[in-house]
Write a protein that binds this ligand. Structure first.
Ligand code: IMP
Ligand code: MG
Length: 173
């Protein structure tokens, strides 16, 4: 696999959309305080940019879900880290990098529900709707993309390319 020459989404496009998403989120929550739960590793970049535009009372937790090997989903995700405290009775905004089949987000929601948050809303930077296998409720969505494997801005291919500031497609050699 190799990187596309041109980004699919440029840094300025991503940054502008993050500003819009933050405005939508602030509007939806109004005066209510909430906890952002960032799904590691991929959403760390998006989450860090997003929370800087949210109210200063916003708290942040992390959950690690790993399900991908190469460009294939490897079944149900494993949770390597979980914030047991800081979630119960809180309004939770789950922040994920990309929604593909939907299995990861569904499993993360199921896991979070066990610690009884007051509510859960979800925010994804990218959505590949054509790949969905399980229905997931998403309230805030950055971009809909076609069925490409993408990297950069936190997204990886075998752990590489997360550091790219823009989002690129991976192409066959
Ligand atoms: P799902 O469980 O199939 O919805 O996959 C979601 C997870 O798979 C995301 O959290 C990503 O880590 C990973 N993933 C899905 N599509 C891509 C992609 O195009 N590039 C990089 N990671 C991806
Ligand atoms: Mg991920």
């Amino acid at each position: 696999m190799r990187l596309s020459d041109e980004p699919l989404l440029h840094t300025a496009e991503i940054a502008a959309r993050v500003v819009e998403l933050a405005a939508e989120i602030r509007h939806a929550y109004g005066e209510a305080t909430f906890t952002v739960v960032v799904v590691l590793k991929g959403a760390a970049w998006f989450g860090a940019d997003l929370v800087r535009l949210l109210p200063p009372t916003t708290t942040v937790e992390f959950i690690r879900a790993k399900s991908y090997v190469g460009d294939r989903s490897a079944g149900p995700p494993e949770f390597a880290l979980f914030p047991e405290s800081g979630i119960t009775d809180q309004h939770v905004l789950l922040v994920e990098d990309i929604l593909d089949t939907g299995h990861t987000l569904a499993a993360v929601c199921e896991r979070l529900l066990k610690v009884c948050p007051a509510s859960i809303k979800t925010c994804v930077l990218l959505d590949k709707p054509s790949r969905r296998e399980i229905a997931v409720d998403v309230q805030f969505r950055g971009f809909e993309i076609d069925d490409h494997f993408v990297v950069g801005y936190g997204l990886d291919y075998n752990e590489q390319y997360r550091a790219l500031p823009a989002i690129y497609r991976m192409l066959p050699e």
